[in-house]
Write a protein that binds this ligand. Structure first.
Ligand code: C2E
Ligand code: CA
Ligand code: CA
Length: 595
């Protein structure tokens, strides 16, 4: 190792009151390439160190003003100078003096009169030691920073593994863990644990029609509100989608759980403001309890799920406690859900057709296509039972496409048999409207069947129009451009806003069955129907009254100048062959043809 490389211009301070000593050492060290500073007394030494920060100090012990031991002690007491190695130069031979030198903080000593080679050797050694120590410290600092970074990353990972990233609520894993703890605690305290499973009533629709961005923000706001109803021993979690769970510990019984459910429903009842829109989420809650409904988290979750399904079927915006009877109904529901898998491919769906009749002339003016499921064991199943399942499994787009193609083909087939051309209506679900490429599907169905577009009517439900934004308008416009007829189904049941009747390119409205049912005997309903018909005439919209079952209803509608009716009074939905017979028979007067 060359002197220069080893010294790397290290600075050495020599402190000695004897200039002769100093001179000899300085010459020698400078000859080795060190930078050398000199102090001729204790105080001067302290002053020098303060400004020059040498890498090593050679320090005489015996000095008149401040002796070397004191200088060393002071340097050692001060953090910035503590680490500068001090080598004493001493003429004292007594062991106790040498010990005192180490106690004062010195790292080594050389005895006077000294050999210059020895001084140099010790200087080199201590400089190297110091450098090694500094390297080690720097290295340790890097290591510590790395460890800290890793710890932070692990913590973030653990957080991610246990929380829902969107709402920051615990996720399923953490919920199950908390639930397990709550159960153990309840077992010790002779208390109960409640599990509330809820899902938002209108979330799917909001998400589909207004977009994920708004859907996500709604979920965040829901999470925020949920937190406000929790006690310390409760955990709210998000399982995914719009499914939230609350695990409530230390309950006295079902009453406490019901109280909590009511608080949740109440806190979600007020409208949410999302991106300047007022949205109503609402929730349905299923409740299960430990120990009554299960003794482990999975069983409780299953039971709460069952209860929630039942609550939904009874009407949204409510809660329901689990009971064994529910479980049996739920099993049936799940079985049906399983059977539905592949039903389309197996050809189990069939279409029925219900005529629409001119009230004036009794002529059949249109036909509505109604979907049915021919279940291999349970027979014909109504759409109200399985369409929600299809939507839940995301199959409605595909089944809806089949309905559209089949209905168009059927209508073309009737014409090919020589029957008079008749307008055929097909129901569209929200999912088809927003998730599928509905415009293309309709165009293809028309092309393949060669059906004249004005003979195809698409029934849109009012809930579709919740979003009166660009997307809905654009899709409706494109459908209109194909030449098809657009009607608004179940009119009067949704978030009726009369504004969109004018804005949307609609051709007809269908007065919901519930109004026709209460038409006779309820003046309020009669007044509403009167206004709807009035409005339709003013906006130049065609109008159909649905669910006409009695002559009295028909008479009333005739007096109100409602142009068209549809209902059991004339016919329920029937297979295609019966429609062919009906069309072939010409223009029958309205009458009951099926019971
Ligand atoms: P909707 O569009 O309002 O269809 C009319 C429903 O009212 C049909 O029930 C029909 O059988 C029933 N109905 C007709 N006249 C009377 C009457 O005088 N009295 C009574 N009580 N009911 C009458 P259905 O076939 O059970 O269909 C129920 C709903 O399922 C439909 O309501 C429609 O929203 C939906 N749906 C049916 N087929 C399809 C389809 O292919 N696609 C979609 N997306 N939805 C469909
Ligand atoms: Ca309909
Ligand atoms: Ca309807």
């Amino acid at each position: 190792m060359t002197a220069n490389a080893a010294n790397d211009a290290a600075t050495i301070l020599i402190v000695d009151d004897n200039p002769v000593n100093v001179g000899v050492v300085v010459d020698h060290l400078e000859g080795e390439g060190y930078q050398v500073l000199v102090a001729l007394g204790g105080y001067e030494a302290l002053e020098r160190v303060r400004f020059a920060r040498p890498d090593l100090i050679l320090l005489d012990v015996m000095m008149p003003d401040l002796d070397g031991l004191q200088v060393c002690r002071r340097l050692h007491a001060d953090p910035p100078t503590r680490d500068i190695p001090v080598i004493f130069m001493t003429a004292l031979a007594d062991v106790t003096d040498k010990i005192a030198a180490f106690e004062a903080g010195g790292v080594d000593y050389v005895s006077k009169p000294f050999q210059l080679e020895e001084v140099l050797a010790r200087v080199r050694t201590h400089l190297a030691l110091r450098r090694a120590r500094q390297d080690l410290e720097a290295h340790t600092a890097v290591l510590e920073a790395e460890i800290e970074a890793r710890r932070a990353a692990e913590q973030a990972l653990r957080y991610l593994a246990l929380h829902d990233p969107l709402t920051g609520l615990p996720n399923r894993t953490m919920l199950m863990d908390r639930l397990q703890q709550a159960i153990a605690q309840a077992r010790r305290d002779q208390r109960q644990v409640g599990l509330l499973l809820m899902d938002l009533d209108h979330f799917k629709h909001i998400n589909d029609s207004l977009g994920h961005f708004i859907g996500d923000e709604l979920l965040e706001q829901v999470a925020r509100r949920l937190r406000t109803v929790l006690r310390e021993c409760d955990t709210a979690a998000r399982l995914g989608g719009d499914e939230f769970v609350i695990a409530a510990g230390a309950l006295h019984g079902p009453g406490d759980a019901e109280q909590l459910a009511l608080r949740v429903l109440k806190v979600l009842d007020a409208p949410f403001m999302v991106q300047g829109r007022e949205l109503h989420a609402g929730a349905t809650i299923g409740i299960s309890l430990y120990p009554g409904d299960g003794d482990n988290p999975a069983a409780l979750l299953q039971a709460a799920d069952t209860a929630m399904y039942q609550a939904k079927r009874r009407g949204r915006g409510s809660y329901r406690l689990f009971s064994r009877d529910l479980s049996i109904a739920a099993e049936r529901w799940h079985a049906l859900s399983n059977d539905l898998h592949g039903a389309c491919e197996r050809g189990e769906f069939v279409l029925h057709y219900q005529p629409q009749v001119s009230i004036d002339t009794g002529e059949v003016t249109g036909i509505e296509t109604l979907l049915r499921w021919q279940h291999p064991q349970q027979g014909l199943i109504a759409p109200a039972l399985f369409i929600p399942l299809l939507e839940e499994h995301g199959r409605m787009v595909e089944v809806g496409r089949w309905v559209l193609h089949s209905a168009c083909a059927q209508s073309a087939a009737w014409q090919a048999e020589g029957l008079p051309p008749i307008r055929i209506a097909v129901n569209l679900s929200g999912q088809q409207f927003y998730r599928g490429d509905i415009v293309r599907t309709v165009r293809e169905a028309l092309e393949r069947s060669r059906l004249a577009p004005e003979l195809l009517e698409l029934e849109l439900t009012e809930s579709l129009t919740l979003d009166d934004g660009e997307a809905t308008l654009r899709i409706m416009g494109e459908l209109k451009a194909l030449g098809v007829v657009l009607s608004l189904d179940d009119f009067g049941t949704g978030w009726s806003s009369l504004g969109y009747l004018r804005r949307f390119p609609l051709d007809r409205i269908k007065i919901d069955r519930s109004f026709v049912r209460d038409l006779i005997g309820d003046q309020g309903t009669a007044a509403i129907v009167h206004s709807i018909l009035d409005l339709a005439r003013q906006l130049d919209l065609d109008c159909v009254a649905e669910g006409v079952e009695t002559d009295a209803q028909l008479e009333h509608l005739r007096r109100e100048r409602c142009p068209t009716m549809q209902g059991f009074l004339f016919s329920q939905g029937v297979p295609a062959a019966e429609i062919a017979t009906l069309l072939a028979a010409g223009r029958p007067k309205p009458r009951r043809i099926t019971g």
